[in-house]
Ligand binder design. Sequence first.
Ligand code: AMP
Length: 113
Amino acid sequence: MSSIFTKIINREIPAVIVYEDDLCISFRDIDPKAPQHILLVPKKEIKSLAEATENDAPLLGHLLIKAGEIARDQGFSDSGYRVVINTNKEGGQAVYHIHLHILGGRQMEWPPG
Ligand code: AMP
């Protein structure tokens, strides 16, 4: 069964898309936890970081570079931001299609909740 993010990739459900290329799509989180909350999702359905393999290294590298570009393009790179990959239950993962959260627009705290 395809994930809710694959439905966004396939334009079966709407999203506010901020970036897309052959490998990934990026769109605004429907329930933002910061003034800027953007998700970046590979088109390949990897369930979680726990299931990624060495073969996925180029794709995961691509995502990190794109996360930086998206933060710059959206204007919150200089002020700062956080990139998060929630993984499995105790990591707080709800959607089992690996994704990066790009969070910005306010002071982040440490340690995270
Ligand atoms: P995670 O808890 O790391 O799996 O994060 C899943 C994220 O997906 C949450 O922040 C949700 O608000 C977000 N989300 C779920 N459904 C949608 C949707 N249809 N469009 C945009 N964001 C979504």
